[in-house]
Design a protein around this ligand. Sequence first.
Ligand code: NDP
Length: 334
Amino acid sequence: MATSLPKTMKGVWIEENGGVEVLQYKTDIPVPELKEGEVLVKNEFVGINYIDTYFRKGLYELPHTPYILGREGSGTVAALGPNCPSDLSVNKRVVYMGQYAYAEYTPVASKYVTPIPDSISTKLAAAAVLQALTAVTLIREAHAVQKGDWILVTAAAGGVGLWLCQLLKAVGARTIATASTEEKRELAKKNGAEITLGYEEENRDDFTKKVLEITGGEGVAAVFDSVGKVTFDASLACVKRKGTMVSFGNASGAVTGFALGRLAAKNVKIVRPTLFNYIFTREEYQQYADELWKFIEKDGLNVQIHDVYPLKDIVRATQDIEGRKTTGKLLLQP
Ligand code: NDP
């Protein structure tokens, strides 16, 4: 069953890799047709994630062109393809992860569409789903964080970063947070970080020294590093013997050419995870989504929304996140 659907919709697509100039706002994109097991979501809020910039620039390969960027959103079910789960119905409020989110309507594999609990707003759901689930899976699976662990978080005032600060506090870990400005560091502290440090080039050796001092010379149980290329070495130097280096992002460029033998110095484990491989099945997705809603409801975790941009202002929104001007979550409204 479907609500009456228009033939065309607004959306943002790219026809080639490049700078922000390749982002094209269109008003005549055909509304997608559904395949077996897909749900069509009418987006109310769409989340911007740093990964969108990797697809645009070509660091991650585009599956086809033209391509509609965007990997998460929330809204209502507009139509259901054959064989969708019975907990999904037309007009139900849902949140999802997938592809093609920078648009009015998005087709999504039903295993990644989940009803939004009554206590959670449609806006909060879109602002949380990808970045908060990333943070939950990182602290549970990439390194199973224990109460009392010292943990280092880079880009701690960013979208994923602020969730990590809050979650780590909620599970009793002690967070050392890095961010590029005093204002960002203050925000990380308000979200649960115990200690904050600058990590611009001139501070980088200094931050390793300080982390070792703070942890009594031992180092941290784990680093959650999303900056990649420019922080990798300094972050690795902060990990304690038998600790974990979790490299989960490339904001400054990809880490390449790592010599495995370096891990032997402290028997460090290294992980390069992606969220989608932790929530591959519907059961895994639902398990982590339920855990996230519980953290929000019981521990009062919340999201800092940097701004809600109209979809047509996608260039400004993208420039803001790439220009390191933002804290917390950026949302689009179609
Ligand atoms: P953020 O809101 O964290 O924005 C990126 C931040 O990175 C900036 O605000 C900036 O903070 C920091 N940064 C450091 N160096 C640079 C640089 N050279 N250029 C731009 N920014 C830089 O984005 P997200 O929360 O969306 O994503 C955070 C990271 O997590 C990304 O690397 C993303 O790819 C990764 N990620 C990985 C996932 C996975 O499954 N592996 C899933 C989701 C996100 P500051 O100014 O404080 O340095």
